[in-house]
Ligand binder design. Structure first.
Ligand code: ADP
Length: 536
């Protein structure tokens, strides 16, 4: 028996093989189909995709053989990788190199062999696609050509597999990057929005009109930027498949009343008339992702407002029956031309009769994705110059009992003004924002700049409620909360964070965090949380 020589480029050849990360992986249908085809066309009981590792041949796919691998020294394929053409042995008994090979003298009793080398685009032969018979056999020209072509297909599939892996890992990196970027962008934006709001609301100092106007511009631009950042992050979540909904039970009437109230405020700026009708029962609750449902409705409503001339009418009809929620938003605005209707739900698409129109062109694409994630549908009918009607239908589950997991927005103080509050926040500007916001609602707070400091402080001090930033230097907010609740299981903790990606309820709960508010927190968010966790 002759052991095949080691190729002169062995080191690079093995590196090329390992790049595919295919050794010892599970069977895959695409490869099995190719071996079946090889066995069929060559009319042999055995066909294999064999990859030549440092000291073994390993079979990625096999027909007619049970072994997963053999030693490299006895492998026919180790000979085949030395040439570019199909390597053929038509009768092993007559070939000095193979007649006493254990694969010939024992099972599977190879009598004839034909192997097409698998050559990577860089020119490395990493294995073969081979057809094996227990009888002497010479393949005809067609069979040889077919085996060679199928071998090329195997390499193409390996290349494809590699590309998919590369894209997946790039996507993972992109998601991680965006999660960090989300935090980095939202933190300073949080400061801009919160400070401008505090200054606008502060009645104790009287700014000249011009400066007041500047401040309003600052506030408006900050909010717009925040909403754009959020849209881009939503888009990324949807496209990376990292999108999860968080269903809680919500009180229908309270929810739709708040939508109505926001709509009226938005519409008042253009003196629009809002006809709002809502068919729900007094005590009806239903399961939904509240944030996402209001995002869907408010996007349709703000488009209706944006694309309506002043003083026109907008109709919003809500109907909640036992299994379905229907939301219809109609306007009498500029409408959409028939030729553009199919573009409206595409990303970055804007049909702009007026070039000054604001927007990213992402709103409806995200709205449609959200509706589809909730297993619903969205329909549009519109005529240019005559207005538009958007209708959303969502399957829902209504219920009578209310498990309170959400915190309805409140503006009425019922909390204990002497409650002891700790805010764990590393960013100095955010610490100032927090102090100022709590001050305006009549509460003084203690602040810690890291998880470690908070844990140390809690060893000698008591707090009714802790507001916890999740991204912290050193141990993060999750870990800190876990440590705190293991010292005192009754400690109440609410996460306060700018990172929209962290809103994974189960992770919050697992680490002892009771609720979540996202930055920039509004005054009513803070009041609601304080009312709930620090009642008077
Ligand atoms: P944008 O942020 O630009 O508003 P959307 O995805 O929400 O992005 O909307 C895409 C485009 O669809 C808008 O730019 C506009 O041309 C059109 N559109 C959406 N809603 C309406 C509407 N109610 N009336 C007329 N055109 C609309």
């Amino acid at each position: 028996m002759k052991v095949a020589d080691i190729p002169s480029n062995e080191k690079s050849r093995l590196e090329a093989l390992y790049r595919y990360e295919v050794l010892d992986t599970d069977m895959e249908k695409v490869f099995d189909e190719l071996t079946e085809l090889a066995s069929e066309i060559c009319d042999t009981p055995i066909a294999l995709i064999s990859l030549i590792d440092a000291d073994r041949q390993w079979f990625k796919s096999k027909v007619g053989l049970s072994a997963d691998e053999t030693h490299r020294d006895i492998a026919f394929c180790a000979h085949a990788i030395h040439q570019e053409e199909v390597f053929e042995v038509s009768d092993t008994f007559l070939d000095e190199r193979f007649k006493d090979n254990p694969l010939v003298t024992e099972s599977p009793n190879i009598r004839s062999y034909a192997g097409a080398p698998l050559i990577t685009p860089e020119g490395f032969a990493i294995g073969t696609l081979c057809a094996i018979n227990d009888k002497p056999k010479k393949l005809d020209a067609h069979q040889i050509k077919a085996l060679k072509t199928l071998g090329k297909q195997v390499v193409t599939q390996l290349q494809l597999r590699l590309k998919i892996k590369e894209v997946e890992s790039a996507n993972e990196r992109k998601t991680d990057f965006l999660s960090n970027l989300s935090h980095e962008l939202r933190t300073p934006l949080n400061a801009i929005v919160s400070f401008s709001k505090l200054m606008i609301d502060d009645k104790t100092f009287d700014l000249p009109d011009k400066q007041k106007q500047y401040l309003k511009h600052l506030d408006y631009s900050g909010r717009r930027l925040l909403s754009l950042v959020n849209s881009v992050l939503d888009l990324n979540k949807i496209e990376s498949g990292n999108f999860t909904l968080e269903y809680t039970s919500i009180h229908a009437k309270t929810f739709f009343e708040s939508i109505h109230s926001i709509t009226k405020t938005l519409a008042a700026k253009k003196s629009l008339v809002v006809n709002f009708s809502c068919e729900t029962n007094e005590n009806e609750y239903f399961q939904t992702d509240e944030t996402r449902l209001s995002q869907i409705i408010l996007n349709l409503v703000s488009n209706a407002i944006k694309f309506s001339p002043n003083e026109q009418t907008i109709d919003i009809k809500i109907k909640l029956s036992s299994a379905i929620l229907v939301v219809a938003v109609r306007d009498e605005g500029i409408g959409i031309a028939k030729k553009d209707l199919h573009l409206i739900f595409e990303k970055f698409q804007q049909v702009r009769p007026n070039e000054n129109q604001e927007g990213s062109g992402l709103g409806l694409m995200i709205t449609k994705s959200l509706v589809e994630h909730m297993h619903g549908s969205i329909k549009l009918s519109s005529k240019l110059g005559q207005g538009s009607l958007f209708k959303v239908k969502l399957p829902i589950c209504t219920e009578n009992t209310f498990q309170q997991t959400d915190i309805p927005s409140q503006t009425q103080h019922t909390f204990n003004p002497n409650a002891k509050i700790l805010v764990v926040e590393d960013n100095l500007i955010n610490q100032e924002v927090a102090k100022a916001m709590f001050h305006t609602i009549g509460i003084s707070i203690s602040v810690c700049g890291s998880g470690e400091d908070a844990i140390k402080k809690l060893k000698s001090d008591y707090f009714d409620l802790i507001f916890m930033d999740l991204h912290l230097p050193g141990i993060d907010g999750f870990e800190t909360s876990k440590k705190i609740t293991s010292m005192d299981p009754d400690q109440k903790i609410v996460a306060l964070t700018a990172d929209v990606f962290s809103k994974a309820d189960s992770k919050l709960a697992r680490n002892g965090i009771q609720a979540y508010i996202s930055k920039p927190a509004s005054e009513s968010d803070l009041i609601s949380v304080l009312n709930k966790y620090c009642p008077n």
